[in-house]
Design a protein around this ligand. Structure first.
Ligand code: MN
Length: 207
């Protein structure tokens, strides 16, 4: 993402109802229009009086978060991370149905997880294991191996030398209106809207 200050609320890349019946329209409205907007607004507020950093991209800010002036560190990690993670999350879902991993990604899923079903079961287990709020990620490591990672709050993988290709938001605001407290059902539904075409294209750009 090439955005820098002032950061803007990018529209969803599809209709709010596009992920129905798996993720409901109302959740998408609140998640995008309120939660993501708040992260964007708070990130801008943090950078308002920091002209030195206003030309920095979001990725640069996040990668350097620990070296920023102290008053910027937490706001950038929380709100910058919130912007980055949500844009990523919204971008790898779509209303396209029954998409499939590319041949190359499919081979890696077999090598590293025993296949698509093996991946889904390990990914679901990881996403369920996030205590409180956070994310589960599928990423490519420095050796080209697919790995599953979890992060807390709005942390990203940007400082870990990993190339992320998918993530699921398991903050309760991502699913509570439809799935209540049953995160497992949300994860099962989410697999239906995960767009493997996009994930495969990201995978290609990680290699
Ligand atoms: Mn969220």
């Amino acid at each position: 993402m090439q955005q820098h200050y002032p950061f803007t609320l990018e529209p969803l890349p599809y209709d709010y109802g596009a992920l129905e019946p798996f993720i409901d329209e109302k959740t998408m409205h609140i998640h995008h229009d309120r939660h993501l907007k708040t992260y964007v607004d708070n990130l801008n507020a943090a950078l308002k009086d920091q002209p030195e950093y206003q030309s920095w991209s979001l990725e640069k800010l996040l990668k350097s978060a620990n070296w920023l002036p102290e008053e910027l560190r937490t706001p950038v990690k929380n709100n910058g991370g919130g912007v980055y993670n949500h844009e990523f999350y919204f971008s790898i879902m779509s209303g396209a149905r029954e998409t499939e991993p590319s041949a190359e990604l499919s081979e890696r899923l077999t090598r590293d997880f025993g296949g698509l079903d093996g991946f889904k079961s390990q990914f679901k287990k990881a996403a369920l294991s996030v205590f409180g709020s956070g994310y589960a990620w599928l990423a490519v490591d420095g050796d080209g191996k697919l790995i599953i990672k979890t992060t807390a709050n709005q942390d990203t993988l940007l400082t870990l030398g990993l190339c992320p290709i998918a993530l699921i938001d398991v903050w309760e605001h991502a699913y509570y209106l439809k799935h209540y407290n049953v995160r497992a059902d949300y994860i099962d539904d989410w697999f239906n809207v995960l767009d493997w075409n996009k994930v495969s294209s990201l995978f290609g750009s990680c290699l």
